[in-house]
Design a protein around this ligand. Structure first.
Ligand code: GDG
Length: 472
C-alpha cells in the first residue's frame, strides 16, 4: 500500500513528546489519516551512529543518530548559521564556511541512503524545511522516480539576498529536482520564481511548470494554519485551571503576552524597547499592566543565541528597575517552556499579544492567540507586518513595523484602550481567517497538489506513482 514518506530534521517519535516549534502539530492530521513513514535525525550525537525504527499504528518512525562532526557542520553550521539567518534576511549574521556546506551535503546524502533502504516505488515523498534543500537531488542521483515535494516553513528572501550566499548556485537550484516546492506566502514563492528567472532564465510565473531539462517543477503556496476549534476548546478549559487563575490573580490589571523561542528573528529585543516606550509615554498605565514574555531557550550552542539571551535578560531587568515599584513589576520574563494547555489558557487571559518578529515564515503563536480568545471579550493581536500570518490577518490585527519601537509602543496603548466593539469586530475577522485555513486540510492540500489531483486519495496517488516509476 502507498505511504506518505515524510523527512524532516527532527522527528516527533511517539516517545519524544511535544517540544516547542512543533512540526508534529502541523503534521498531526496527515499522520492520523494516512499510513506514514517519518524519517530524520534522532537528536542524538554518537561516535558510532545507528538508525532506529519505532512503529505506532500505521506509522513508522525512523531516526538516525549523527556524529559530532555532522552535528557541528550540518545542524549548528550550515543549517543554523548560514541558511537560517540568510533566509530570514540577516546576511549580517551569516557565518559561511565551506566545510559546513560539505557537512550539510554529506548529511543530506546520508538521509538519502537511509531512505533508499526502505522507500517503495509508490511512496509519496514529502520533505520539510531548510535543512534538506538538496535531498531530492540526492534521491534522483540514486535513481528514485517517486513524486517528491518540498515545503519551506521559513521565508524565501528576494534573489538580491540569496545570491549573496557563497555557493548559492550549487544549492538553491537543486530545489528544481522536486516535483512541487511549497511556500508559506505568495511573496516567498514570487521571490523564488524571480531567483530562478534571474539565475536560470526560467519564466517567473508562480504555479507554472518550470522546466529544468527532462523534469518539471511546480511552485505552490500553502500557508500553515492551526487546529482552530480544538485550540479554542483547550483554551476555554485551561482558563479555569489553577495555574492560569493564579497568574490572573497575581497581575494587577491587564496582561500582555509574548511567546517565542529565544531567537533573534523573533524581534524580542526591539519589542522590549517598544514596551519601554509605551511605559514612558503612558504613566496612566503604570501599575495596571504586566507584560509576560515566555521564551524557551533554543539552539543555545550557537553564539548569536547566547548573545540574545544576555541582551533580553538585561532589557527585562532594566524595565523592571526603571518603571517598577515594590508592589508592581511591569514585566515577567521566563525562560522555560510551558505545556500547550497552559499556553492556551495564558493566551486567553491576555488583553493583548505582542507578536513582532523581524521576519517569520508564518508564526503560529499569532494564530494560537486568536483561537484562544473569548469571542465576547477578546484580546488584541499586535502583529508584525513581516510575519507570514500578516497576509491572512491584515484586517483584524494591529499590524506594526517591528523596527519602529515608537509605533509598536503606540499600538500597545491603542490595544489597551480599544473599546469592546472594535475588539469583537477585529476578532471575528481574525477567527474567520483561521477557520478558512485549518491545519486539518493543510497536508492533503499539499499532497493533492503534489500528485496533481483535486482531492487527495492515497491509493490512487500510489497507483499513479507506480505507473510513473515503471515509465522511467
Ligand atoms: C517555524 C517557522 C512557522 C512556543 N513556546 C512554547 C511552545 N511554543 C510553540 C508555539 C507554536 C510553536 O512553538 C512556535 O511556532 P512559530 O510558528 O511561532 O515559530 P517557529 O518555531 O520558528 O516555526 C514559522 C512554523 O515553522 C510552522 O510552519 O510558522 O514561521 O519559523 O506552536 O505554541 N509550545 C509549548 N511550550 C512553550 O513554552 N508547548
Amino acid at each position: 500500500m502507498a505511504r506518505i514518506f515524510i523527512i524532516s530534521n527532527r522527528v516527533a517519535t511517539p516517545q519524544a513528546g511535544l517540544h516547542p516549534g512543533g512540526l508534529e502539530v502541523v503534521l498531526k492530521a496527515t499522520l492520523k489519516n494516512h499510513p506514514c513513514v517519518w524519517l530524520g535525525w534522532s537528536g542524538e550525537i554518537k561516535r558510532h551512529p545507528k538508525t532506529h525504527t519505532v512503529r505506532k499504528g500505521d506509522n513508522v518512525f525512523i531516526v538516525s543518530d549523527l556524529t559530532k562532526e555532522d552535528f557541528e557542520e550540518y545542524y549548528n553550521g550550515f543549517a543554523n548559521r548560514v541558511l537560517w539567518p540568510i533566509l530570514h534576511y540577516r546576511l549580517d549574521l551569516a557565518e559561511f564556511s565551506r566545510r559546513d556546506l560539505t557537512g550539510y551535503l554529506r548529511v543530506n546524502d546520508h538521509f538519502a541512503d537511509e531512505m533508499v533502504k526502505v522507500l517503495k516505488p509508490d511512496d509519496i515523498v514529502w520533505v520539510h524545511d531548510y535543512h534538506l534543500i538538496p535531498l531530492a537531488r540526492a534521491l534522483r542521483a540514486r535513481g528514485l522516480t517517486n513524486r517528491i515535494g518540498f515545503f519551506l516553513h521559513i521565508p524565501m528572501p528576494p534573489p538580491e539576498i540569496i545570491t549573496a550566499m557563497p555557493n548559492h548556485e550549487n544549492l538553491i537550484p537543486s530545489l528544481c529536482h522536486y516535483d512541487l516546492v511549497g511556500f508559506q506566502t505568495d511573496n516567498d514563492a514570487a521571490n523564488f520564481a524571480r531567483y530562478l528567472a534571474n539565475e536560470l532564465g526560467t519564466p517567473s510565473h508562480i504555479s507554472r511548470r518550470l522546466g529544468t531539462g527532462e523534469r518539471a517543477m511546480r511552485l505552490g503556496v500553502f500557508p500553515v494554519g492551526i487546529e482552530t476549534r480544538q485550540f479554542a476548546r483547550m483554551a476555554r478549559r485551561a482558563e479555569k485551571t489553577e495555574m492560569v487563575q493564579k497568574v490572573k490573580d497575581s497581575v494587577p490589571g491587564a496582561l500582555v503576552i509574548g511567546v517565542d523561542r529565544l531567537d533573534y528573528t523573533k524581534g524580542i529585543t526591539l519589542r522590549l524597547e517598544a514596551y519601554e516606550r509605551f511605559l514612558a509615554a503612558n504613566p496612566q498605565w503604570h501599575g495596571k499592566v504586566t507584560y509576560l514574555q515566555i521564551t524557551p531557550k533554543s539552539r543555545s550552542q550557537i553564539p548569536e543565541y547566547a548573545d540574545i539571551e544576555q541582551v533580553v535578560n538585561a532589557a527585562a531587568g532594566r524595565i523592571n528597575g526603571a518603571f517598577g515599584d515594590a508592589s508592581w513589576s511591569p514585566m515577567r520574563y521566563v525562560n522555560r517552556p510551558y505545556g500547550r494547555t497552559a499556553l492556551a489558557g495564558l493566551y486567553r487571559a491576555a488583553r493583548a499579544a505582542l507578536v513582532t518578529p523581524l521576519r517569520d515564515g508564518m508564526n503560529l503563536v499569532a494564530k494560537e492567540y486568536v483561537a484562544a480568545q473569548d469571542p465576547a471579550d477578546p484580546g488584541v493581536l499586535i502583529l508584525s507586518r513581516f510575519a507570514g500570518a500578516a497576509v491572512e490577518f491584515r484586517d483584524g490585527a494591529l499590524l506594526v513595523n517591528p523596527y519602529d519601537p515608537d509605533a509598536v509602543g503606540a499600538a500597545i496603548a491603542r490595544a489597551m484602550e480599544m473599546p469592546g466593539d472594535e475588539r469583537r469586530r477585529r476578532h471575528a475577522s481574525l477567527y474567520a481567517a483561521l477557520l478558512k485555513n485549518d491545519i486539518a486540510e493543510w497536508g492533503d492540500k499539499f499532497l493533492s497538489a503534489l500528485v496533481g489531483s483535486k482531492s487527495f486519495n492515497l491509493e490512487k496517488a500510489g497507483r499513479q506513482s507506480q505507473d510513473r516509476s515503471l515509465r522511467h
